[in-house]
Write a protein that binds this ligand. Structure first.
Ligand SMILES: [Fe+2]
Length: 318
């Protein structure tokens, strides 16, 4: 049942002007904007939709306030869409809207939808670097860069209560064909889509989770340099970095998180590990490997406390 990517994210928000400015500063292309909502597009043709949070057409979220109200997953064909509708219809309500999109709810209470994917080709600029025997930038200085365009939406992370974690993950793994990459008993379940997939395109996180809520969504940029260029641009425009820059222990991606006025956080990332269907999931009894490196805002207090409790010392290479 091939789900191929995230097709769109729909946020219900309180301040349309601020939310619009945030995603503009992140470098997404604004296609529509007004009091009733805004729509942004990635170069690979995924959408981020902003709607007033009191819009009655938005699905409810487990949490109140501005937040992610629905993830639409793109699937490979109309036949797959029908198969998912039939599968989920066995034990839950599945609504079809006039645009042909199917809407349902997962085991943790989050709204999700399915649509036939409509990807566009994108060719992000390859980072030009020089080192010993490699000269990819000759007679050319590094040009100052400001607002960069993220290539795509890479992953979504929800916080789920530990009591529903296994059931919530099984829904994606057994009913929708997601693949488990790593299961950290302390942190959560890192799942990817079939084929060659990012280490995680969905993470159900339990560490420090006291309620079901949206944690963050991640936008991919072309290279390490771009995370810092783009993150620096965000800082200069008044947006608050919440975690990073750093390189993650699970996924190994370079990342930098920013507080999102539309709810949760948005992560800029690059160079995540990828896996194919031959990968056997790894169960980590504690948190998993230690952070590879971390500067800036370092490790959030909740993670520091949990790792200390589990007998692991965060903050440096193993
Ligand atoms: Fe992330």
């Amino acid at each position: 049942m091939p789900v191929t990517r995230i097709e769109s994210l729909t946020f219900g928000i309180a301040d349309m002007a601020e939310g619009t400015r945030f995603f503009e500063d992140l470098g997404l292309e604004k296609r529509e904007a007004g009091a009733a909502g805004a729509r942004f597009r990635t170069p690979t043709n995924q959408s981020i939709l902003l709607r007033p949070m009191e819009d009655p057409d938005l699905p409810a979220a487990p949490e109140s306030g501005p937040t992610l109200r629905e993830v639409t997953w793109g699937v490979d064909s109309a036949a797959t869409l029908e198969a998912i509708g039939a599968e989920l219809g066995k034990d839950r309500e599945v609504k079809r809207t006039s645009d042909g999109v199917l809407h349902a709810r997962d085991e943790a209470g989050f709204a999700l939808a399915f649509a036939v994917a409509d990807p566009a080709p994108a060719a992000p600029e390859r980072p030009r670097v020089n080192n010993y025997e490699t000269s990819t930038r000759v007679n050319q200085r590094v040009a100052p860069r400001e607002r960069l365009k993220p290539t795509r939406i890479g992953h979504v992370v929800y916080r789920v209560l530990p009591a529903v974690r296994m059931k919530a993950s099984a829904f994606y793994l057994e009913r929708l064909g997601f693949k488990l990459t790593d299961r950290s008993l302390m942190v959560g379940d890192f799942m990817r889509l079939p084929g060659i997939g990012d280490h995680h395109q969905l993470l159900l996180m339990t560490i420090g989770s006291k309620e079901a809520r949206f944690d963050h969504a991640a936008l991919e940029v072309a290279g390490f340099d771009d995370v810092l260029w783009s993150g620096g641009y965000m800082q200069q425009h008044g947006w608050k970095g919440t975690w990073g820059p750093g390189r993650q222990p699970l996924g190994n991606h370079v990342f930098w998180h920013f507080a999102n006025p539309c709810g949760g956080e948005i992560e800029l990332f690059t160079d995540m590990d990828r896996f194919d269907d031959s990968w056997q999931p790894v169960i980590w009894e504690k948190g998993g490997p230690r952070p590879v490196w971390m500067i800036g805002d370092g490790i959030p207090e909740v993670l520091r406390q949990s790792l200390a409790k589990a007998g692991e010392k965060p903050g440096g290479p193993a």
